[in-house]
Design a protein around this ligand. Structure first.
Ligand SMILES: [Zn+2]
Ligand SMILES: [Zn+2]
Length: 101
């Protein structure tokens, strides 16, 4: 199940489940501004592309689903790389289609 992480790992802003966020396949999570302007659409950890995080319904429309049953994560994550290291990877990969990385 997708972990709905509570913050942007670059700028540490809050990203509650209803917020617009960007994620990679590993669930690395970023705010829209960092994903676009800092990372240039390239995940700082894996080099993959970033897509909109789906919004989990608050209500349990089917048994066992929704935020009622699967609340967002609480562990805040912080990116381990320096700004220079992040920029280096972004610049190398930003013009390479994700399927060619
Ligand atoms: Zn951010
Ligand atoms: Zn990633």
């Amino acid at each position: 199940m997708l972990e709905l992480r509570p913050n942007c790992e670059i700028c540490d802003c809050d990203l509650p489940p209803e917020a617009e966020a960007r994620i990679c396949t590993y669930e690395c999570t970023y705010c829209v501004t960092c994903a676009r302007d800092v990372l240039l659409g390239v995940c700082a950890n894996c080099g993959g592309n970033l897509v909109p995080r789906p919004i989990r319904p608050a209500h349990s429309w089917r048994p066992g689903t929704g935020l009622e049953n699967h609340p967002p994560g609480t562990k805040r994550r912080y990116n381990r790389y320096t700004a220079e290291e992040r920029a280096d990877l972004s610049n190398r990969l930003k013009d390479v289609p994700p399927q060619d990385r």
